[in-house]
Design a protein around this ligand. Sequence first.
Ligand SMILES: O=P(O)(O)O[C@H]1O[C@H](CO)[C@@H](O)[C@H]1O
Length: 291
Amino acid sequence: MAALGDMSSSGYSFDEIQSIANNILTFTKHRPKVGIICGSGLGGLADQVDDAEVISYDQIPEFPVSTVAGHAGKLVFGYLQGKPVVLMRGRFHYYEGYPMWKVAMPVRVMKAMGVGTLVVTNAAGGVNPEFQTGDLMIIKDHIDLPGLTGECVLIGRNDERFGPRFPATVGTYDEDLRNLAKTISVELGYNSIMREGTYIMIGGPTFETVAESRLLRTFGADAVGMSTVPEAVVAKHGGLRVFGISLITDMVALDYNTTRATTHEEVLAVGQKRAGDLQKIVSNLVARMTV
Ligand SMILES: O=P(O)(O)O[C@H]1O[C@H](CO)[C@@H](O)[C@H]1O
């Protein structure tokens, strides 16, 4: 029997993941090739899905529930711009109390359903002082702060059928997809709001202090959030193509003269106002990507 605190068997086995995926597929006629994880307040993309079939997370016994406002807790299957997709309207966050492996477990389920490309979206705080609220940031790279400090999503026994024991994470965010997104953003006239940069994950749920924000900037982060990285790491581990994009919903405070403090309500409000831009980029990207 595993000793208390023994993490060697954390997570679902390969066979369990296959059977979770097969069970979900009994609820839908669709066979998705692209998986899309919607960030806080960014689930509206699901309204553009044609021939949609919706499965609530509570119909899937192994799925946790989404406990955060702005995360509906539904899987949406169908066609986005003619491509077979599955959207997660609602993701799981580490700060909700789920172990890291469970936060990213749906990515393995997506792969087992036939998904080859993962698109991750999020709401994030702007750390780069040149950014502005409402900007979009193509994720070029990430900093896995929890991972660097011992909470990597891949901790535990490794089954090579999921991926290698020591995976490379260089090149996690596919260069061709990033270039395509940049082309699309020029075509849509989004040059002035489109950025590219490094996303850093913090554990949350606390927003950053001024001193912490300064630290994140010295680390080289352009945007900060509490998600995305475990999903991207598991996807890269499993050989998926990954594209990530952040909506900058607030600017972190880098000096003590700032009196305003970020709230989740503000994050959702900016999401509501500016999600359309992010959705346009993602839907055009899906339209033009090969699957
Ligand atoms: O990363 P998503 O899910 O978009 O959500 C972001 O918004 C929440 C904070 O307002 C945090 O969960 C942060 O990670």
